[in-house]
Write a protein that binds this ligand. Structure first.
Ligand SMILES: NC(=O)c1ccc[n+]([C@@H]2O[C@H](COP(=O)([O-])OP(=O)(O)OC[C@H]3O[C@@H](n4cnc5c(N)ncnc54)[C@H](O)[C@@H]3O)[C@@H](O)[C@H]2O)c1
Length: 274
């Protein structure tokens, strides 16, 4: 018997990086997973990797910022796998600049992907979750469901060059705390995991290399200056950046029955950084 046997999970942005490892981890513990990404190829690759390991997964490709995406994502789980138990809001990217150079477009895009999209996904799930929870309560059962929102230490402490991202990641922590209070009655644990420095496409590429993310036809430069990266790593008590597998481990803790009495919390996964 695996920890997540019988559970259905949706994980946004799970074609790459941390989201991919979260999807693989949940599937390895028995969950059936709806994989999402903006890009079809990496989403399908995650699905095939899960299937090759004996798990069950399906892809729901598209941008979490599309107005109807929440409904599509939730329907993919309910129609494809017959339920919905775990929601992980992970999809996102950074689009940095100092405030005097930050455009309205930059500000709005980052709030959309990190805050508005999770709100719409969870709202789309509310009808299914409330109906299921009421039936379970009438039958005298306590069935716990999980929402895990991905935040950042930028949202907890702030980070220069990231007023948009820091505001969105602080916002998702407020969302987490409010929803934990609303949905306690439905036995839903709502928590955030705030990462510090995890080695993925967002942080790995050297800023002077020509690395960029293609977001809806727009090329957005990513990467961190190697000296900044080195300085950031030197502040981590465990002495290095985390791996996507280690990041997924923190999310997994909030998805298993052992965390059923933990809700409304922000867990920093930062190698000892506050
Ligand atoms: N890497 C870090 O150090 C770090 C630190 C703190 C927080 N985070 C957060 O972790 C999450 C995952 O980041 P990562 O480091 O794994 O980055 P990543 O670029 O490796 O993976 C993110 C995935 O999300 C997808 N995505 C982006 N926008 C999307 C959209 N609109 N709709 C659907 N999919 C979309 C991308 O295509 C990509 O596959 C993000 O929310 C990020 O802000 C990362």
């Amino acid at each position: 018997m695996k920890k997540l046997d019988g559970k259905v999970a949706i994980v946004s942005g799970s074609g790459r990086g941390i989201g991919r490892e979260i999807a693989l981890k949940l599937a390895s513990e028995g969950a059936r997973v709806v994989v999402n990404d903006l890009d079809a190829d990496p989403a399908n690759e995650t699905v095939e990797t899960i299937k090759a390991a004996g798990g069950e997964a399906l892809a729901c490709v598209g941008s979490v910022t599309d107005a109807d995406f929440g409904n599509r994502f939730v329907s993919a789980a309910v129609e494809g796998f017959g339920g919905l138990d775990i929601i992980v809001n992970n999809a996102g990217y950074t689009w940095d600049n100092v405030i005097q150079k930050m455009s309205d477009e930059q500000w709005e895009a980052i709030l959309q992907v990190h805050l508005t999209a999770p709100f719409r996904i969870v709202r789309a799930a509310s009808e299914f979750i409330r109906t299921a929870a009421k039936k379970e309560a009438e039958a005298g059962q306590e069935v716990f469901r999980k929402v895990v929102n991905i935040s950042s230490t930028s949202g907890v402490m702030g980070n220069a060059g990231q007023v948009n991202y820091s505001a969105a990641k602080a916002g998702i922590n407020g969302f987490t705390k409010a929803l934990a209070k609303e949905w306690g009655r439905y036995k839903v644990n709502v928590n955030s995991v705030a990462f510090a420095l995890i080695k993925t496409r967002l942080t790995e590429a050297a800023a002077d290399a020509d690395a960029s993310i293609d977001i809806e036809g727009k090329k957005i430069k990513v990467g961190v200056n190697p000296q900044v990266l080195k300085n950031a790593e030197s502040l981590i008590p465990l002495g290095r950046a985390g791996t996507p597998e280690e990041a997924a481990g923190a999310v997994y803790l909030f998805c298993i029955p052992e965390s059923n009495y933990i809700s409304g919390q922000v867990l920093v996964c930062g190698g000892g950084r506050p």
